[in-house]
Design a protein around this ligand. Structure first.
Ligand code: AMP
Ligand code: MN
Ligand code: MN
Length: 339
């Protein structure tokens, strides 16, 4: 039997067909993603921007936090980033598409502006449902390895040519959200789509170099300090790692440069749950949850007002680093005992 892995799944196809007319009827479209945009957010935005530009639509990116320097190369394709203009740039567009978000609060400082738009945004996403969905018209599928996979499906469904810059942006989305094609979301279809993107002109080594082999030296200095904070409790299978307030600035790195740091505690034999605590320095702590096996990271993160996926989730928790760490590990320990 030959499996057509590239065929767009049926339910996705019908959601895409319902969304497309709303995209094509706009003259100006704004694209947005979550605070501290990651490779999936940035890659999906750039690919969708290039797709819409092929259809003659004027597109701009308007994100709640500045475009990450590590993804500047994606903008060389000519896509406009107007994040600095904030809500005004959103309101000027006929339509907003929100990518890689299932809860409007993930839009940070833009959330209120998005809530009060005259036309609700279109949503393309692969997260588990949040408490306050950003829009009602959506293409959402938690089985997609990345939002980029859904943008690929949109391009295929619309019969748009996947140009080399689009393919590169989509490959960056898939590669970063799967941890370099290693995590549990690395499905057969994910690899088939990646293979297709290589056929469209992506050079995997160049992508590796741009994303994993172009980090600032400060990332390594910071990791060397953070590794010393690792605590592993083998009785419960929980490991933690900490980043203090001011540590990023001291090493001249940004939050995006921390991608993958939580994999260090997760990589320890016998660990089922890894927790990264990053003190934001203003009374809040960013917690990253990563699990192996059956522990539900999304369920745990939701207990603290956050969310995400079954095996990777996050939350912003109020309190000092020590207090948040104590609170979260206590809840996690109880949950793991129950399981
Ligand atoms: P992170 O730990 O920030 O790498 O995030 C892991 C996953 O959880 C990503 O898919 C994020 O989009 C999601 N996530 C992170 N923080 C939150 C939050 N506060 N609320 C909902 N989802 C989140
Ligand atoms: Mn993301
Ligand atoms: Mn994603």
């Amino acid at each position: 039997m030959t499996l057509d892995l590239l065929a767009v799944p049926l339910l996705r196809r019908s959601a895409i067909d319902a969304l497309v007319p709303h995209l094509l009827s706009a003259r100006t479209v704004a694209l947005s993603t979550h605070i501290n945009a990651d490779g999936d957010g940035c890659g999906s935005e750039v690919a969708l921007a290039l797709l819409l530009a092929q259809k003659g639509i004027d597109v701009r990116i308007v994100n709640p936090t500045p475009w990450p320097a590590m993804f500047n190369w994606l903008l060389e394709s000519g896509v406009r980033d107007e994040s600095a203009r904030g809500a005004a740039a959103l309101r000027e567009a006929d339509r907003l598409v929100v990518l890689d978000i299932s809860d409007v609060r993930r839009l940070g400082g833009l959330a209120d502006a998005v809530r009060s738009l005259p036309v609700p945004p279109l949503v393309i996403d692969h997260h588990l449902p949040g408490d306050e969905p950003p829009g009602t018209l959506h293409v959402t599928d938690t089985t997609a390895c990345a939002t980029g996979e859904l943008v690929f499906d949109l391009a295929v469904s619309m019969g748009v040519e996947i140009t080399p810059p689009m393919a590169g942006a989509l490959y960056a989305a898939l590669m970063t959200d799967t941890g370099g094609f290693r995590f549990s979301n690395t499905s057969a279809r994910c690899l088939a789509v990646a293979s297709q993107l290589v056929a469209c002109g992506v050079d995997p080594e160049e992508m590796y170099r741009r994303i994993y082999a172009s980090v600032p030296i400060g990332r390594l200095r910071l990791i060397s300090e953070a590794l010393r904070t690792i605590e592993a409790d083998f009785a419960t299978g929980i490991a933690t790692i900490e980043i203090e307030a001011g540590q990023l600035a001291r090493h001249n790195v940004t939050p995006e440069d921390l991608d993958g740091v939580v994999e260090y505690p997760r990589s320890i034999e016998g660990i089922r749950l890894a927790l990264l605590f990053r003190d934001l320095g203003h009374g809040k702590v960013k917690v990253s949850f990563r699990t192996l096996g059956t522990v539900d990271a999304n369920q745990l993160a939701r207990r603290f007002g956050g969310g995400g996926h079954a095996k990777a989730a996050g939350a912003l928790v109020e309190g000092s680093l020590a207090a948040v760490k104590a609170k979260v590990t206590t809840v996690a320990r109880d949950l793991l005992k129950e399981g």
